[in-house]
Design a binder for this molecule. Structure first.
Ligand SMILES: Cc1cc2nc3c(=O)[nH]c(=O)nc-3n(C[C@H](O)[C@H](O)[C@H](O)COP(=O)(O)OP(=O)(O)OC[C@H]3O[C@@H](n4cnc5c(N)ncnc54)[C@H](O)[C@@H]3O)c2cc1C
Ligand code: FES
Ligand code: FES
Length: 488
């Protein structure tokens, strides 16, 4: 595979033959001496290393805030990499820097570049109808600050809301067709941003087959959010296959003829959760996303990476398992489909050959009236891995008979658990409290939790019981009332 990658780093064109597995964070700090981007945890947790990565989509550059400590340099071909230095104006502070300074949003300053980048992203690219404090908070949900207690950062954000809201002095910028150009024209963003679409378009796309060199690769890197945490030191010394160089492995399509959604394996959590078809199936998806990692992680973490890291508590894994997903693998010559319900074999083991790449996920388009629900409990409410999670796909006919009941639980077995016996019991039964109680008893016979740092086996059983119950009380409150359940 050709290793030279060409990209724009702030206002400079870069061509580099550095190892494709080198972290963008290390490249910025150690090779380019752009030390504004800070190294904190190097595990995606603190956000000090946040940068923007811009990519051409339909002639426009779409930017995402990203933790550079988990991103391989080899993916940067035809991208715009923006470090904190790239957001500086010539002679004055940009509006985010100005409000953070005015409101004392910085103390020791270590987290500050990361916050500024995330907040600039919100101004440049948020899809919110108008700016809000909650929107800023969503944007910096992956940025931790140990000094300020966040109050001063919230005050700076509130000032920015005032500047860009409908009655603020920059209201026209928020509503502009091309907000980035409008920010440049107003002198609030460096003017070179306006030239980036043409500059990226001038770089030839890579012409590689996803399977080229796959047999020689020590690692396949997708979003890198799991792999770099586990193998970060090793990867830049090995042969890597950077899957995100292949945009054809993304995207979501509805195939009515076959009755399924085709989801590219490299679809990220955010792309999946924000897609209108998926939102239509799961109206509470925004809340589920809030429970999963941070924005910086969700714009990187892929569905295939979540399934193939094979954690029993992968959030999307448990949701996709409940959705009766089929996985598609390709080794360059042979295409193979595997039902997710048959895929996991034991702790971190599954039915996949080393040279196979997951290319697609196939999700059956649900029958009318099917409902989905996801529940998760973790030690912290946000930005934490689950102690136990659970997903449900349920359809109950008008006469109250359960037509479909696909239930999964994570964290109570060596693999993500699809409750087959519970499903077999539920389907065809009337949905009432007696049925639910009997189903929960069966569900417990399918679980085998162990005690670990996240909780004791008994605690996990209790959580699983409550989360399974919650699917029914949330989706069918008229048939399974929480109060009636509590009454005995
Ligand atoms: C701070 C932090 C918070 C997190 N929070 C959560 C959370 O709340 N919920 C949660 O579920 N997870 C969480 N994670 C874990 C992680 O982000 C997810 O598991 C993510 O989905 C991994 O996807 P990735 O694309 O980054 O995978 P990678 O790290 O790139 O890869 C993971 C594994 O999958 C393989 N792989 C990936 N795609 C393919 C493919 N198409 N074909 C062949 N092999 C492939 C890789 O080789 C590797 O073995 C968190 C991680 C961090 C660092
Ligand atoms: S250094 Fe902490 S998220 Fe990257
Ligand atoms: S100002 Fe010190 S960590 Fe935020």
């Amino acid at each position: 595979m050709a290793e030279t990658v060409t990209f724009w780093l702030n206002d400079r064109r870069v061509e580099t033959d550095e190892h494709p597995g080198l972290l963008v964070l290390d490249y910025l700090r150690k090779k380019r001496f752009l030390t504004g981007t800070k190294e904190g945890c190097k595990e995606g947790d603190c956000g000090a290393c946040t940068i923007l990565i811009g990519e051409l989509r339909n002639g426009k550059v779409v930017y995402k805030p990203t933790t550079s400590c988990l991103v391989p340099l080899g993916e940067m071909h035809r991208r715009h990499v923006v470090s904190i230095e790239g957001l500086n104006l010539d002679d004055e502070l940009n509006p985010v820097q100005r409000t953070m300074t005015d409101r004392m949003g910085t103390q020791c300053g270590f987290c500050t570049p990361g916050f500024i980048v995330s907040m600039c992203w919100y101004l440049m690219a948020s899809g919110d109808d108008q700016p809000t404090l909650e929107g800023f908070q969503r944007a910096f949900s992956g940025n931790l600050c140990r000094c300020t207690g966040y109050a001063s950062i919230n005050r700076a954000s509130t000032d920015l809301v005032g500047l860009f809201s409908p009655d603020g002095p920059h209201a026209d910028i928020w509503d502009a067709d091309d907000r980035i150009r409008a920010l440049c024209d107003a002198g609030l963003l460096p003017t070179y941003f306006a030239q980036i679409p043409d500059r990226l378009a001038a770089i030839e796309p890579l012409d590689e087959d996803p399977h080229d060199g796959a047999d020689l690769a020590d690692y396949f890197v997708a979003g890198g959010t799991d792999l770099y945490v586990q193998q970060g030191e090793d990867i830049p010394r090995t042969t890597v296959k950077v899957l995100n160089r292949h945009p054809e492995m993304g995207g979501i399509e509805r195939d009515d003829e076959k009755g399924l959604f085709r989801i590219g394996a490299l679809t990220t959590f955010e792309e999946f959760g924000q897609h209108p078809e998926i939102q239509a199936l799961m109206p509470r998806m925004d809340h589920y996303l809030y429970l999963i990692a941070s924005l910086q992680l969700r714009v990187r973490a892929t569905l295939s990476g979540n399934i193939l890291n094979a954690s029993p508590i992968g959030d999307m894994t448990n949701l996709l398992l409940a959705m009766d997903t089929t996985l598609v693998f390709h080794d360059g010559t042979t295409r193979r489909e595997v039902k997710m319900k048959k895929f996991f074999e034991g702790y971190k083991t599954y039915d996949k050959k080393p040279t196979e790449i997951m290319t697609e996920l196939l999700i059956p388009i649900p029958e009318k009236g099917t409902k989905f629900h996801f529940e998760k409990v973790s030690k912290r409410e946000a930005l934490d891995i689950a102690t136990v999670n659970s997903a449900a796909k349920l359809r109950v006919d008008d006469d109250g008979i359960i037509h479909t009941a696909s239930l999964t639980v994570g964290g109570v077995a060596a693999t993500p658990l699809w409750l087959e016996r519970t499903q077999n019991y539920l389907e065809g039964k009337p949905l009432d409290i007696t049925t639910l109680r009997r189903a929960l008893t069966i569900a417990h016979t399918e679980m085998s939790p162990i005690s670990d740092v996240r909780g004791s086996a008994d605690y996990k059983r209790l959580l699983a019981h409550q989360l399974l119950t919650a699917h029914f009380t949330e989706l069918y409150p008229d048939r399974i009332s929480f109060d009636a359940l509590m009454a005995g």
